[in-house]
Design a protein around this ligand. Structure first.
Ligand code: FEO
Ligand code: CA
Ligand code: CA
Ligand code: CA
Length: 551
């Protein structure tokens, strides 16, 4: 009720998505949590949703609180003798990353004229990170935050007759359109010129990257690694290939966008395993083409190769780093059903969560995206050639087609042993446990009524006779999506993040059937206190006997 930006900047932020853990010693480490976005209608009294009221109620003070509630949190947690985890508020390394935290760039676009603004004539210093969705941890224990829907934070006052952004005065109109800039989802640009493209047209070129944070050193300036490309990055999960190189899978979560993979130039060694390592700036970014014959080609996004030349608008590797989507278009990558998290697995495998795509028409289906108007999504397994994650070719197959297997029109495919409670829709975040079992959390958004199940966490078998067999493990409150998951402590601890409880699709919640507000939310999870709104929160799961989970 009395929130301020200064207070918020020292508190846990809003809408927790990715959860990672940097262990210091057994039973102690730094929890790393992304704060993807804010829901003004349940954060602030008396507002309701502002995006359909032209943000009339959004004062500068409220915008400042929103900016301080974005970004990430890094803080020490400790496992007590009773097996329960608690926050150590006294570790001086505890920190908040917000939309105002100074950061730097590396890689091909660092310092490029297209990254320069009035506030930053060198194109090397940027304030903040936004819409940090899924993420990852590097093999050396740093925290990677993926910037997803950055376009939504940009504003313009130039609108056409239909109220849509008029980009005719913008020098970079073509790429802005391809990226959906400006989305006008927030009022930030009303108060801050850097979020208004009429005043700072290059500022959107400074978001949409992978940000590296050193969780052990609160004074280390976070780095935006431009070599990994600019798009609506979902996850950024790392692995070390059998040839020793660092490999990162990252999806571009948009209907008809692509799956990417980064391969470092050099193998991972003790010498190059540090915050700001060249393993995240020297290497090759690839985009996937899923062929009808079950093979996948990883197409290199390298300046001078194929169509990626000056004649086609790519003057240098910097242009490819900034206009990654345009470069991937030129290469003929396969447009997917919204690539969410992708998780490298054992033996050169990787698993891609394709969450849904209501806009794919019947004449647009292909082998890798086989259902039109897919409301439920699917999961693709990639097997890289030679069981080597850095390979430029591999094979792919569909593990499950999501949705209710009892409804023929849905066209779902599960292992027949999957129970009524085991199937799900709209896979989003995922992780492996120590047993090599894939865990998937769902985000159905406002469409959860289509399954009649609120979002949850499922364990999916990927090998042998039980391939495609899914079991429900945890369900989150109505209107929320489930994030994390992250196994730590030798699979004895599972971190889950319940994001935006009580907000999405609450008109479909029987007995409530209206939009949530601060005063009148669909749930007051987790406090269940009439004086408290619902609050995004991290949940820790441990076994009663302290043992390994789900064995
Ligand atoms: Fe923020 Fe793609 O989910
Ligand atoms: Ca996501
Ligand atoms: Ca993950
Ligand atoms: Ca999501």
């Amino acid at each position: 009720m009395n929130q301020t930006a200064a207070a918020q900047a020292k508190q846990f932020g809003y809408n927790n998505d990715y959860v990672g853990f940097a262990e210091i010693e057994p039973g102690r480490g730094m929890l790393c949590v992304n704060h993807e976005y804010t829901n003004e209608e349940v954060m602030f009294p008396g507002l309701g949703r502002q995006d359909n009221q032209d943000f009339a109620g959004m004062t500068k003070d409220l915008v400042d609180i929103e900016m301080a509630a974005h970004g990430g949190s890094v803080f020490e947690i400790v496992k007590g003798d009773n097996g329960k985890w608690s926050v150590n508020r006294n570790n001086p390394a505890n920190r908040r990353i917000t939309a105002d935290t100074p950061m730097t760039f590396d890689g091909p676009a660092a310092g490029h004229p297209r990254l320069r603004t009035n506030a930053d004539p060198n194109g090397m210093t940027i304030l903040g990170t936004i819409n940090n969705c899924a993420g990852g941890m590097t093999p050396w224990g740093t925290y990677l935050m993926a910037e997803e829907n950055f376009h939504g934070y940009f504003w313009t006052d130039a609108l056409d007759g239909d109220g849509n952004p008029d980009l005719s005065a913008q020098a970079e109109a073509a790429q802005m359109k391809r990226y959906g800039v400006p989305g006008r989802w927030y009022a930030w640009g009303k108060y801050y010129d850097r979020f208004n493209i009429d005043k700072e047209p290059n500022e959107p070129n400074r978001f949409g990257y992978i940000v590296e944070v050193d969780p052990m050193n609160p004074n280390a300036t976070p780095i935006k690694h431009t070599a990994l490309g600019r798009f609506r990055h979902e996850g950024v999960e790392t692995t070390i290939a059998s040839d020793g190189r660092l490999v990162i899978y990252s999806g571009d979560d948009n209907r008809f966008d692509y799956q990417y993979k980064w391969v470092s130039a050099d193998p991972v060694t003790e010498e190059n395993s540090y915050f700001g390592s060249p393993l995240l700036s020297e290497g090759t970014l690839y985009v996937a083409r899923f062929n009808e014959d079950g093979t996948v080609d990883w197409l290199p996004l390298v300046h001078g190769e194929g169509p990626l030349t000056a004649e086609n608008g790519f003057e240098s590797q910097a242009d490819i780093a900034i206009d990654t989507r345009l470069a991937a278009d030129a290469l003929g990558a396969t447009p997917m059903d919204r690539p969410e998290d992708a998780q490298p697995g054992p033996n050169g495998t990787a698993y891609m969560m394709l969450t849904n795509n209501s806009r794919r028409k019947a004449d647009q289906v292909d082998a890798a995206n086989p259902r039109p108007e897919s409301n439920f999504g699917h999961i693709i397994e990639i097997r890289e050639d030679g069981e080597n994650h850095s390979a430029t070719k591999g094979t792919w197959s569909i593990v499950v087609l999501c949705g209710d297997p009892a409804i023929e029109e849905v066209g779902a495919m599960w292992n027949p042993k999957t129970s009524e409670n085991g199937w799900f829709g709209s896979p989003d975040n995922c992780a492996f446990d120590n047993e090599g079992r894939l865990w998937i959390s769902t985000d159905q958004g406002g469409g959860w009524g289509r399954t009649g199940k609120s979002d949850g966490l499922y364990a999916l078998e990927t090998e042998g006779d039980l391939r495609g067999h899914s079991k429900l493990f945890f369900r989150c409150p109505v209107g929320g999506e489930l994030c994390g998951p992250y196994f730590a402590d030798d699979s004895r601890t599972l971190f889950l993040a319940v994001q935006h409880p009580g907000t999405d699709g609450t008109k479909d919640f029987k007995g409530f059937e209206r939009n949530s507000t601060f005063e009148d939310p669909a749930t007051r999870w987790p406090d269940f206190d009439p004086a408290m709104p619902p609050r995004p929160s991290v949940v820790v799961v441990t076994k009663a006997d302290g043992g390994v989970i789900a064995v």
